[in-house]
Unconditional design. Structure first.
Length: 439
């Protein structure tokens, strides 16, 4: 399958999935309000850190070796299942280490905390493993169809929670339970579709060495990325300038989630770029597509900034409810950084697909230094507006670092990436005419 058709499959099916994620975010935020939603999302981000450490980022290694087909997909599938069970047990045994801080600030019980953590972490891990295996085989339809259906069911459960007589705790149980439901559903779909029970086996010793070597680098990269994207939450949460009820944190995390939503398109494209570069096929087309898309994003984000400046003041409370009334200025300040991240995501996928994860790590470390120093001196004192501006600066630094490495390989100029051309619209139309919506 050529790169254009692969890209369109990714755009269509993953786009539909992420639209349901947006609906889920809106419904849950309106139900819990700013303080409640902020607490839940803050909790899941700490779970994400636990997931990174406990899983050793093995899902990244599985994605890489599934994409370049150097290890049997059946072996990787059974490794993924075994590794997910192992991580779930480790998390269940060790999760109490972080319970103290949560217990002091909320009414959550120890049993609830363990349930939330195990459900979220094991569910996300299974999702990452088996979605990656599907994507490596150029199948974007089935995994996203499963996730879309389950997300719609969850949206309905939360939207009609009062009518169903569900209390807040029951809604939270349902929300976290759905992570493991989605993960197990993808696992079963993959095993049934590929009849993996007929090919039970695990990677050899040499193959495991390859997996762990790549996973180690991916773990370092993912930890760096986590600090880049998430450490500002801690500063906002503990800043004396933030509201005591946690509404500032809820508003800021919602701004951050908007940024994640804006990254959906480049992430979808990146999911097509990664296997393409990992398989050493059609890299010249990938390079040209990166340059055209980067120039297009300059136009898109300039228009988006104008729109947010004009209507954001009333739009955010209208969509999420009146408690989300502090999102305007953080959004304005962080948008340039999100633009930089869109380009960075594409470049990072390119380097990861080549197996050159170290470049991504070095760029991330540069960004981490900016984030930590800036947040320590400014965000802790001045709150979420400072955090948004610092994040923007850090993301831009990250992007320019990766671009400098890309330019050395392909001898491109900055104008190739950032100066829109009259021919861009025509080029994009040509590219999309080559794309196919068939699965």
């Amino acid at each position: 399958m050529n790169f254009h058709r692969l890209l369109m499959q990714s755009l269509v099916w993953r786009g539909i999935y992420f639209f349901t994620i947006l609906l889920l975010n809106i419904v849950l935020s309106r139900y819990l309000k700013a303080s409640g939603a902020g607490w839940v999302y803050y909790l899941t981000y700490w779970f994400s850190l636990l997931l990174l450490v406990a899983s050793f980022s093995m899902e990244s290694a599985v994605t890489y070796y599934a994409s370049n087909k150097r290890i049997s997909h059946h072996k990787l599938a059974w490794l993924s299942l075994t590794w997910s069970v192992f991580v779930a047990v480790i998390i269940a045994l060790s999760i109490n280490l972080y319970f103290g801080e949560i217990k002091n600030e909320s009414d959550i019980t120890r049993d609830q905390y363990v349930f939330y953590a195990v459900s979220y972490i094991s569910g996300i891990l299974l999702l990452n493993f088996f979605a990656a295996l599907f994507y490596a085989e150029r199948n974007f339809f089935l995994p996203n169809l499963i996730m879309v259906i389950l997300n719609i069911v969850l949206v309905a459960c939360i939207f009609f929670a009062d009518r169903f007589g569900l209390h807040v705790n029951e809604v939270l149980y349902t929300y976290f339970l759905f992570f493991i439901v989605v993960g197990v559903s993808l696992l079963l779909a993959y095993i049934i579709r590929h009849r993996s029970w007929q090919h039970i086996g695990f990677p050899s010793r040499d193959e495991n060495r390859l997996l762990f070597r790549y996973a180690f680098l991916a773990l370092a990269a993912n930890l760096v990325f986590f600090l880049v994207y998430r450490v500002d939450y801690w500063f906002v949460r503990h800043s004396p300038a933030s509201s005591p009820d946690g509404s500032d944190l809820g508003n800021y995390i919602q701004v951050s989630k908007h940024g994640q939503m804006l990254l959906i398109l480049p992430q979808i494209i990146a999911s097509a770029i990664f296997p393409q570069t990992a398989s050493e096929v059609d890299r010249e087309t990938v390079r040209n597509t990166l340059a055209v898309l980067s120039r297009g994003f300059v136009v898109v984000y300039a228009l988006l900034l104008v729109i947010v400046a004009a209507v954001g003041q009333w739009l955010f409370p209208f969509v999420y409810g009146p408690t989300f009334d502090k999102m305007y200025w953080p959004t304005i300040l962080i948008l340039p950084g999100i633009w930089a991240l869109t380009v960075m995501v594409l470049l990072a996928a390119y380097f990861s697909g080549k197996g050159n994860v170290k470049i991504n790590i070095y760029g991330g470390l540069l960004s981490v230094v900016i984030v930590l120093v800036g947040n320590y001196f400014l965000t802790y004192r001045y709150g979420m507006i400072a955090a948004a501006g610092i994040s923007s600066i850090a993301y831009c630094a990250y992007m320019f670092f990766l671009l400098s490495k890309f330019r050395k390989e392909y001898q491109v100029t900055l104008s190739d990436f950032f100066v829109p051309r009259r021919s861009d619209w025509h080029l994009l139309k040509q590219q999309f005419r080559k794309l196919n919506f068939s699965k």
